[in-house]
Design a protein around this ligand. Sequence first.
Ligand code: PRX
Length: 652
Amino acid sequence: MDSNRNDLDALLKETRQFEASEKFKGNAIVRDRSIYDEASKNRLTFWESWAENLKWREKWHTILEWKPPYAKWFLGGKLNVSENCLDRHLEAGRSDKMALIWEGENGDSRSYTYRDLHAEVCKLANSLKSLGVKKGDRVVIYLPMIPEAAIAMLACARIGAPHSVVFGGFSPQSLVDRINDLKAVCLITADGGYRRGGVVPLKTNADKALDSCPTVKKVIVVARLGQPTEEFSADMEIGRDHWYHELIGEAEPHCTPEIMDAEDLLFVLYTSGTTGKPKGIVHTTGGYLTQVTATTKCVFDLQEDDVYWCTADVGWITGHSYIVYGPMSNGASVLMYEGAPDWPDKGRFWEICQKYKVSIFYTAPTAIRAFMKWGDDWVQKYDLSSLRLLGTVGEPINPEAWIWYHRVIGKERCPIVDTWWQTETGAIMITSLPAVTETRPGSAGEAFPGICTALLNDEGEAVSAGLLAITEPWPSMLRTIYGDDERYESTYWSKWEGIYFAGDGAKIDEDGFLSILGRVDDVLNTAGHRIGTMEVESALVDHPAVAEAAVVGKFDEVKGQAIAAFVTLKENWQADDGLVMELRDHVAKKIGAIARPDSIVLTADLPKTRSGKIMRRLLKDIAEGKALGDTTTLADPSVVQGLKEQYLSKES
Ligand code: PRX
């Protein structure tokens, strides 16, 4: 368990001091808790009442079928997610309401009312059909943060073609792995995207990937950059590649939504696990939509005139659930931004908040810590009076960052919701509810109504600090790992009978507030992104120079965790800085820039137990420059001392 960021005593002390202070206004009022009471009376009818808010073509006959660890929600129910996110609002008189407001990195902008978005989604849905994509076919989406990303997801949902969004920062190899695992028939990409003034050559990457993806027959290319430059080329392969604008230019703006079963596959999203191979997390239709709708409404206390901005990329689950499906199912006005927070300067996010009068702002602690580091002046230049609610997700938020967020961004009047959930959970699971409960620095709050969590030890006994477990199935839970039920069972359900193992450690205080302590498995959380240590290790040993590699997370002030690698070389390879750079680049090329190790130490040997297991805890201590623990189980204790010295001299 990660003790660095989570010295709980210090955290609680700071929390109490903060709550006792004058600054803590408005949050500490316990309001009407009837939503919790209703859910605890009957969790199934609670969820059913949320499902009833959606548009169903046929009503379910059974709320839940639970054959551990396989759940089916709203059995027999029929609906279409895109109809719920679009048509339902047109029918309710929201046609002219802004659905999607987009700001490009260069300051260009576009906006879509619900009427516009409906037409655009229908046109793309018809285009997909005209290319032969049909219900059940898998479509991979590899796009920058442009409106077409959301449009593509909704268009796939409309025709019943499950989508899988691959983050635009991922490498061609990562794209190959995902496409082939899914046997996808179609790829939607762009000529490129903008990032910090540079161009991300998405089509070039896609072309490299497609050489190894025989199942992909059609490629749709959004012209984001327009003009080919020397840096990239959007070579179009005749018969396979089609320009998005040409396709939709000829398409009809009406497309009858495919009627889907509540348990039909909506999307697969890949995430890192404890092995080298990412897991395809399977989400289905009715339960997923029910829970993202309920949580968006309650957690953000969503009102009709809100302008809602979640800064995540659509390539992550946060983008799926809280940029597209949750907010749009609620008919919200959603802001989407293409670029980075520090480009062209460090006030960019606040400039956007001012420009669009953002009222709900949802981001990751890594971003908050970076804003904090850049200084209050960048914030103070802008009028943030439209903000009324702040959110955080993706990693534990340290009290210092929470307090800064509350003071400098929220001007001490905006509640902060710290939301715990995972790609696997699909939707928010632990959070405060601003209209109902108090919010506290360092604590994610309570389980959302209708969600049952527990802290357990290895034996399954309840403890006040231990492993976070979910004891009852929930509507938006993953249904399996794509094509790998066995891995689904062993990863999440083998620790305790019929209980979900989240992979996080947590602690509960006397008021029932949960504090998340971080991952307890070999998964890193760097800048709010999950990276499996094994994934990075596999990428390293793929380089011809590498004999063995061990990767650990080390504390990082901004990113939460940084990636530290220890590598032993094969004979005849020269250890030098050039090789270190090459290895870092190699990992970035194999996985994507987010997985590039922050540091690599080349070493003659790795510390191992007598049974040959790499001692990661020790490596972590070494990486963090901490005192060495007990080395009596090491085959060769001198290795560690050598490593430590080498590491320290590199850092200085
Ligand atoms: O360790 C927890 C951390 O992020 C992990 C899930 O990562 P991912 O599937 O990429 O989804 C991130 C966005 C939902 C969790 O196992 N995590 C997520 N939210 C929080 C968090 N840790 C502490 N506090 C949170 N609010």
